[in-house]
Write a protein that binds this ligand. Structure first.
Ligand code: ADP
Ligand code: MG
Length: 397
């Protein structure tokens, strides 16, 4: 049995040093400052954001840092330790439809803030990125990068960074990801990266945009939440997401509502739908929104272990009704449950990426071993593990 591969959270100052070192190497001299923003995991509420539902993410203790220096020539120069390809260009040339690779997540934020009138045409930046958030694992390294850049720009230009200021920055980050990076995102990731509170998950109502903090203290329940990055191969799944959204839109049209969130009587709604596909997709969304409500209620009463069965029901619903799981995710979830987890589910968009398991502390080793053993037996990629403690939002280091 190989030793479990844990990705240990790196102290934010150590990550910041990595960004500063890259900055010195690529740009020379010193940055004006370093900013950090976290990756996130969604505890429950999957594939309901675009249905106006409820989601419950929290910030992970894994951050992306950016060392940034302002320029006065309207140019953006950026480099990352994650990629060998630095990017530089004139900010006036950044626009929807111009594909610029990873730099879109940096340039897009500056573009969006410029577009909103917050930046002058002469403003530019040198940006060096260093991160300990796994990239492309469904833990939102993209939002971590955007939010670190947005906060840096705001601080350097004296834009407000209180709750209202941050909400404008979230909007800029979402525009960056949708319009410049060309990735569909609803805003959950950016919202939690900007507004998270340690020791709490963030209940986000995707219809009203209202937020509320929900306390989570895994330790008090002798529990631990572990994130399992399956390391599954990247799959082309664009058509799949579009197809799920289309099924929900069709269901809404048939039911005469804007979003499934607006349904009062779930049973009667499901009986009204005519295609078996619409019934399955809608049943996932409606049942998932109810599960989020139940989880919030249990967490507010300190009943941590009891949310386990709801996490597992969420997985079964995503697997069987929404059909977005994968062999790697199912293997991790089944193995975690078999070894004594209170509950487990895939998290994020699915088809690969990460799962999570809520585990009694004395079973963590067994759960990790069993997940590794089951992956090896099925010739799946070796997963890696992260610990998930609700952590800090974007901040200046
Ligand atoms: P996730 O957000 O789940 O990690 P995405 O596909 O949404 O996955 O975003 C990953 C992309 O974001 C990467 O392919 C890269 O373009 C960009 N990115 C994220 N973190 C970094 C980083 N530290 N350095 C450079 N690019 C990054
Ligand atoms: Mg992302």
């Amino acid at each position: 049995m190989t030793a479990p591969s844990w990705v240990d959270p790196v102290d934010v100052h150590a990550v910041a040093e990595g960004a500063e070192a890259l900055f010195g190497k690529v740009f020379g001299g010193q940055a004006d400052g370093v900013w950090a923003a976290p990756g996130r995991v969604n505890l429950i509420g999957e594939h309901v954001d675009y249905a106006g539902g409820l989601v419950l993410p929290f910030a992970l203790p894994y951050v992306t840092t950016v060392a940034v220096r302002a320029r006065r020539d309207g140019r953006l120069h950026c480099a990352s330790t994650h990629t060998g390809e630095p990017w530089q260009g004139d900010l006036s040339e950044v626009a929807p439809g111009h594909r610029i690779g990873w730099a879109a997540y940096v340039a897009g934020v500056v573009w969006a803030l410029r577009y909103s009138g917050a930046l002058s045409a002469e403003t530019g930046f040198d940006v060096a990125v260093h991160s300990c958030v796994p990239v492309g694992s469904g833990l939102s390294s993209s939002a971590a990068l955007e939010c670190a850049v947005a906060l840096a720009v705001a601080d350097l230009l004296g834009l407000p960074t209180d709750a209202n200021g941050r909400s404008a920055l979230i909007t800029a980050c979402v525009r960056a990801e949708n319009e410049i990076a060309g990735a569909a995102t609803g805003g959950m990731d950016q919202t939690v990266a900007m507004l998270a509170h340690p020791g709490h998950a963030l209940l986000l109502d995707c219809r009203s945009k209202a937020t509320r903090f929900v306390p989570i203290d895994f330790e008090s329940a002798n529990g631990r939440l572990i994130v399992i990055d399956t390391n599954a191969p990247h799959r082309l799944v664009d058509g799949q997401y579009g197809n799920r959204r289309a099924a929900l839109e069709k269901a809404c049209a048939e039911l005469g509502v804007n979003t499934l969130r607006d349904i009062d009587d779930e049973d009667s709604a499901l009986r009204t739908l005519t295609s078996p596909e619409s019934v399955k997709r809608a049943r996932h969304v409606l049942s998932e929104i109810s599960r989020v409500r139940e989880v919030v209620e249990l967490l507010e009463r300190g009943r941590i272990a009891d949310i386990g069965s709801l996490l597992t029901s969420s997985h079964l619903s995503l697997r069987d009704d929404y059909e977005v799981s994968s062999v790697e995710l199912d293997s991790a979830v089944d193995a975690a449950l078999e070894a004594g987890a209170w509950g487990a589910r895939m998290t994020g968009g699915g088809f690969g990426g990460s799962a999570l398991a809520l585990v009694p502390v004395d079973r963590v080793e067994d759960v990790v071993d069993n997940i590794l053993r089951c992956a090896a037996r099925a010739s799946l990629p070796t997963p890696q593990f992260l610990s998930a403690e609700p952590s800090h939002p974007a901040h200046r280091v």
